[in-house]
Design a protein around this ligand. Structure first.
Ligand code: VNL
Ligand code: MN
Length: 352
């Protein structure tokens, strides 16, 4: 740490947790019939006894909030985790179970934040496949529990958020001025076939293709003309979407002209700049950071670790040593997160 970074506030924005009830239900999912590409990872984490590549230590870290996690944060100068229920959240459960477990997880999240208001903030879960009940839970999560936004783990039942059945959810998020973080899960059934070998199902490649496809569907669907103030966050340095800006804009115009895509008020890349922010979770490349800041503006880039799937020390070293100005590092580490997720600024809170 340099003199500059010694006292800087670090808010990590894609930090995963679980609760025993959700973890038990995910273990149940491991034994259901079906060919979902989420299953290999779920079996490694939640059904350790049955999997020779098991990672039960991940589950211990996901379930821990106030012991190892706080020690890890202290040891690495991490002030705050913006917590979210780990992927795939409640989206693989039947609608009733999903609603019940989202409510329970949100209650637990609010409790731990109440105990550690300077160390934790949180993104609420809901069941996208029960849109009416989801909207109720979204309102409760923001107005009553005072949570900071929402987490959606990409597709739900193979549908993406451009599907009109989810519009009440987008409308509620916009009205509540609460950002929806779209986190990866494995590629949807129709997308999955080429991702079944070589460990491509999850973070190596499948997650990025799944979420970038999700984001692009939203960008070209016209939904940001309907919900112009909707804020979406995606991780992993924007899942590569803005690398494609020029070609996406050019080819979307052509698709519009031949009637294949709806007419849009703005180019897809303009919605990406206006309606999206990205985080640096699990993508610790200064080159990619530099490109992202130049393409999107520093205000649209937020720091994240991706704990416990990534380690805190290299994520901190990555941002401490990023070739940016001191003012920009403040934005990347906490200012942008405070703004987007309505986290109280440390100065407003007084020193602690
Ligand atoms: C992984 C990385 C999994 C980040 C995650 O959620 C995640 C992984 C299940 O490396 O498997 O958020
Ligand atoms: Mn993650």
């Amino acid at each position: 740490m340099t003199a500059e970074t010694k006292t800087i506030r670090r808010i990590a924005t894609e930090e995963a947790f679980s609760i025993p009830e959700v973890s038990a239900a995910l273990r149940g999912v491991c034994h259901e019939p079906g060919n979902s590409l989420d299953l290999p990872l779920l079996r490694r984490i939640y059904d350790a006894a049955g999997d020779k590549h098991a990672q039960p230590e991940l589950l211990t870290l996901l379930l821990d909030l106030e012991e190892t996690r706080l020690q890890d944060m202290d040891a690495n100068g991490v002030d705050m985790h913006l917590l979210s229920l780990t992927a795939p959240g409640v989206q693989m459960f039947d609608a009733d179970t999903a609603c019940e477990l989202a409510t329970l997880a949100n209650d637990r999240l609010a409790e731990v934040i109440r105990r550690h208001p300077t160390r934790f903030a949180g993104l609420a879960s809901f069941a996208p496949h029960a849109p009416k009940r989801a909207v109720k839970e979204m309102e409760r999560a923001i107005r009553t529990l005072k949570l900071n936004g929402f987490m959606v783990n990409s597709h739900t039942g193979n549908d993406y958020l451009d599907h009109p059945r989810f519009f009440p959810i987008l409308e509620a998020a916009e009205a509540l001025d609460a950002c929806i973080y779209i986190h990866p899960r494995a590629p949807s059934d129709g997308l999955a076939a080429p991702f079944r070998e070589y460990g491509l199902d999850s973070a190596q490649w499948g997650y990025g293709i799944e979420v970038s496809t999700h984001a692009v569907r939203m960008l070209v669907s016209g939904l940001f003309d309907r919900f112009p103030k909707l804020k979406i966050c995606i991780g992993h340095m924007g899942e590569g979407v803005h690398f494609w800006s020029w070609r996406l804009d050019f080819m979307n115009k052509r698709a519009q002209m031949r009637g294949a895509a709806p007419k849009l008020k703005l180019a897809p890349s303009e919605y990406f700049k206006r309606n999206f922010v990205i985080t640096t979770s699990g993508q610790e490349s200064h080159l990619a950071l530099d490109y992202s800041i130049k393409a999107l503006g520093v205000e649209n880039v937020l720091w994240a670790i991706d704990y416990p799937y990534q380690s805190s020390a290299p994520a901190v070293a990555f941002m401490d040593s990023a070739p940016v100005s001191a003012a920009d590092r403040e934005k990347l580490y906490h200012g942008n997160a405070e703004h987007v997720f309505h986290i109280q600024a440390a100065s407003a809170r007084g020193a602690d």
